[in-house]
Design a binder for this molecule. Structure first.
Ligand code: NAD
Ligand code: IPM
Ligand code: MN
Length: 353
């Protein structure tokens, strides 16, 4: 029996609702096999902050560091809640996890499954994966606010791009492209304006590309990438881009792939020094929270990415087959969060079938 230590951080809003279903599906997928999940739940997020004033205690971070993987729901309070004005749960918890655990490859697949309705009238073949840099860029927190509240106020938010940080994610993206049929890598930036970071990215992509002659490489400015993603998403196979561009492109990709409720992600530490973290691309959705209206499919597919990462690829495939079968027969009817979990479990093929 293999015991996998799993940290579960359900978070806020719809986070706990979708994670409940992901956990049910995980249990159903692993049932009868020789893998056991040893779960530890961590009550972190805006709710925890409101109750205790704590964002991410060190002792809990140390406990999470010792786990094999992390399943994360979503965090974020109700917009405009004055009690959260000076709390930044997103930076203090979610980004801290990504940064401290060196989740430098934020992998966000976009596949339009049969039976799923895209936001695009004629989507064509949609099957690409965005490898978003996860630890630096404009997210680094490098900046400041001078003379706040005055006419002379100045705010800076300086993007940090290190050769080390770029090279490791670019290499990861080339390796990802090698595993795919089309073997195509598009790197996306804004080199015409962000000339400094752009030149560093370009130098590193070109250097690494020389080691991967079998990969076709092209470049796109991020603004143009949004056009092509809407007009002809089939031209994308693997995309590698910086942290902020990747954030924006993957919400767009979510809409193209059938909705943000289907978009899964993995925050990968490929070196295995720290646990990798799996979470839906979406947030806590305060507008629908507490009503069982959230689609848990993104969380379920994120759990599938976790199974792959843990080497349980055939279990990951069984999970995805069940999701695919459910999506193919879903139709237009709206179902509750729990009903979608039930339906996916009902579609699971028996082990070894
Ligand atoms: P959001 O992703 O929470 O919601 C955007 C829209 O998508 C909303 O209309 C919401 O109802 C809908 N939606 C999201 N997930 C859905 C699902 N599973 N099923 C059906 N509909 C779904 O983005 P937002 O409103 O910009 O952010 C809300 C809060 O979440 C903010 O505090 C933000 O910082 C936080 N956030 C957290 C994460 C995370 O924890 N990983 C990610 C994004 C946003
Ligand atoms: C995401 C979210 C996060 C991000 C926020 C909540 C910090 O939007 O996971 O896409 O910007 O990375
Ligand atoms: Mn986002």
């Amino acid at each position: 029996t293999r015991i996998i230590k799993l940290a579960v951080i359900p978070g806020d809003g719809i986070g706990p609702e979708v994670i409940e279903q992901a956990n049910r599906v995980l249990d159903a997928v692993l049932e009868g096999g020789d893998v056991v999940l040893d779960r530890t739940e961590f009550a972190l997020g805006a709710q925890r902050f409101l109750e205790t004033g704590e964002t991410f205690p060190e002792s809990e971070q140390a406990a999470i560091a010792g786990q094999d993987a992390i399943l994360f729901g979503a965090v974020g309070g109700v917009p405009g809640d004055p009690r959260l004005q000076h709390a930044n749960i997103e930076r203090g918890l979610l980004l801290k996890l990504r940064f401290d655990f060196e989740h430098y490859a934020n992998v966000r697949p976009c596949t339009l499954f049969p039976g799923v309705v895209s936001s695009l009238a004629e989507p064509g073949d949609v099957d690409f994966v965005v490898v978003r840099e996860g630890t630096e860029g404009p997210y680094a927190g490098n900046g400041g606010r001078l003379r706040p509240g005055t006419h002379a106020e100045v705010a800076t938010e300086v993007s940090v791009n290190t050769a080390f940080g770029i090279e490791r994610v670019v290499r990861y993206a080339f390796e990802t492209a090698l595993t795919r049929q089309r073997k195509k890598l598009t790197w996306v930036h804004k080199t015409n304006v962000l000339v400094h970071a752009g030149a560093t990215w370009q130098r590193i992509v070109q250097t690494v590309a020389a080691e991967y002659p079998e990969i076709a490489v092209d470049y796109m400015h991020v603004d143009a990438a949004t056009i092509f993603m809407v007009q002809d998403p089939s031209r994308f196979d693997v995309i590698v881009t910086d942290n902020l561009f990747g954030d924006i492109l993957t919400d767009l990709a979510g809409a193209i792939g059938g909705g943000i409720g289907l978009a899964a992600s993995g925050n990968i530490n490929p070196d295995g020094t720290f646990p990798s973290m799996f979470e839906p691309v979406h947030g806590s959705a305060p507008d629908i929270a507490g009503k069982q209206l959230a689609d848990p499919t993104a969380a379920i597919l994120s759990a599938g990415l976790m199974l792959d990462h843990l080497g349980l690829v055939s279990d990951g495939e069984r999970l995805r087959s069940a999701v695919r079968a459910d999506l193919a027969s879903r139709g237009a009817a709206t179902r509750s969060t729990g009903a979608i979990g039930d339906a996916v479990i009902a579609q699971l093929m028996p082990r070894g079938a």
